[in-house]
Ligand binder design. Structure first.
Ligand code: GDG
Length: 465
């Protein structure tokens, strides 16, 4: 079996630390079994950063990490990745910033990553690059004469062509994807958007075997929906720490029903509208006043990006307004927390909640929806209310699927969830859980790596001919 080299923007070297971010959680679980290497930024700054990775290992995984310079971080991470690609790929053209400096920084840092990776490679390695930070990595590696099989997985949505073409460098970026052998997406609709772009904007074609040809290369583009380390999450939910949190929250909520939301503080997650849906629930169904508590955990992320700072202020305002309007001396409808909890604590809080409310406007997959279900007590499970715009909705049709733009629909789903008979909750839970067990993070890794191995065979044939 060849060595797997995973490359992502950040490397989470400390498994015990609480980390927000689905990518970190999923990759750690995926690498642990294969004894692979994880390459990326260590989170530190150095004025004249060198792409000479520092090697360490823990739990069967080797880590190769390096510093970045502050300028590189500004242009590449805060700039092109988080002020251009992130909003654009989530359909927020109104928040998308274009600056040539950002794009140049992005290409430069992708080159820097490529230099670091190239210095570690053996001929037989399989390379698996992750997410919107590293679209150009494959091209930069090929430029450095790397012949290894290379795959790329996009964790966020791939937008419709009409949205994609608003970005000045769209063609250069899509061309860069054709340096990989495999390009993976979360959902069919991401794949369809990509294929449409390639056919209608880049003059490419889809060949009979579902391969895509453009820019002089044929690559395989496929759907690989990311999953959870489901069994492990189930264990977390039964741990002593999870139980402690459950007991504490049950004590403080009493016999009221708890609705939980857990999200990185991000404008794609539909947080303001979610809180307003709870407000409408109290307005339209007054029986819920004093009876329902919304617990929203929203650790701050990307705190250097102006839109995130603004959003934080906005949410504080909305929460204050709703609480001011409905609170009683012994009850507050919304508990809004900007802090990070351990995964065990989260699992305990999910399990104590009657409803998991997950309402992003766009989301590649959304692991919180899956975690909420995995944490439930099979005898008395809660109800998941899930946005149709989360990639997870494709696999989780047994949840109550809602359109987050339609507040009435969200409110009705909440009301229905609060009153759903136990038998129906158990039926829905059973269906959802069976899927989570089958399509877990290991199935995701195995199918992607199998595709990469096939690609390597093709590379070997090409080299031999
Ligand atoms: C990207 C894509 C895709 C949140 N608060 C705390 C905490 N979290 C953890 C959750 C979950 C993770 O963060 C969030 O994952 P999501 O998948 O929901 O969202 P993104 O961070 O946007 O992830 C997404 C994902 O990549 C994987 O491909 O699903 O669509 O946008 O695991 O539990 N974790 C801890 N404390 C918190 O307070 N420990």
């Amino acid at each position: 079996m060849s060595r797997l080299i995973v490359v992502s923007n950040r490397v989470a070297t400390n498994t015990s630390k609480a980390t927000a971010g689905g990518l970190a959680v999923a990759l750690q679980a995926a690498l642990k079994e294969s004894g692979g290497m994880w390459v990326g930024w260590n989170g530190n700054f150095e004025e004249a950063a060198q792409p000479r990775p520092e090697i360490s290992s823990a739990g069967g995984v080797t880590y190769a990490t390096f510093d970045l310079s502050r300028d590189d971080y500004e242009d590449y991470y805060n700039g092109f990745a988080n002020r251009t690609l992130w909003p654009l790929f989530h359909y927020r053209t109104d928040l998308t910033a274009y600056d040539r400096r950002f794009f140049e920084g992005y290409q430069r840092v992708n080159g820097f990553f490529a230099q670091a990776v190239a210095s570690l490679l053996k001929p037989d390695d399989l390379i698996w690059a992750h997410d919107y930070h590293l679209i150009s990595l494959g091209e930069e590696l090929r430029r450095r004469a790397c012949k290894q099989a290379m795959g790329y997985f996009l964790h966020i949505p791939f937008p419709a062509t009409e949205v994609m073409v608003t970005m000045p460098n769209h063609l250069a970026l899509v061309r860069a994807l054709f340096a990989y052998d495999i390009v993976g997406f979360q959902t069919e609709s991401d794949l369809r958007n990509f294929a449409d772009y390639v056919v209608f904007e880049a003059g490419g074609e889809i060949t009979a075997r579902g391969m895509i040809h453009a820019f002089g290369r044929t690559i395989r583009a496929e759907v690989f929906p990311i999953g959870l380390d489901t069994e492990n999450f189930l264990h977390l939910a039964k741990s002593a720490e999870a139980k402690r949190y459950r007991t504490r929250i049950n004590k403080s909520v009493g016999d009221r029903d708890l609705i939980i939301g857990v999200d990185r503080l991000d404008y794609t997650k539909g947080l303001r509208e979610r809180l307003e849906a709870v407000e409408r629930l109290l307005e339209d169904y007054p029986d819920n006043r004093g009876r329902v508590v919304m617990l929203q955990i929203a650790p701050a992320s990307r705190t250097d990006v102006p839109e995130y700072i603004e959003m934080r202020h906005e949410l504080e305002g909305v929460t204050g307004r709703i609480n001011g309007r409905f609170a009683e001396f012994d009850w507050n409808p919304i508990r809004y927390l900007n802090r990070l909890y351990s995964r065990r604590a989260l699992a305990g809080l999910y399990r104590a909640s009657r409803i998991g409310l997950v309402t992003p406007f766009r989301d590649g997959m959304n692991l919180v929806a899956k975690e909420y279900i995995a944490a439930q007590d099979p005898r008395d499970p809660g109800v998941l209310v899930l946005s149709r715009f989360a990639g997870a909705a494709r696999q989780m049709q047994a949840a109550l699927i809602v359109n987050p733009y339609d507040t009435d629909e969200v409110v009705e789903a909440l009301q229905r969830g609060l009153h759903m008979p136990r038998e129906e909750r158990r039926e829905r839970y059973k269906t959802l859980m069976a899927n989570l067990r089958r399509d877990d993070v290991y199935a995701w890794r195995d199918s992607f790596v199998a595709a990469l191995e096939d690609a390597r065979e093709d590379v070997d044939l090409d080299l031999a001919s």
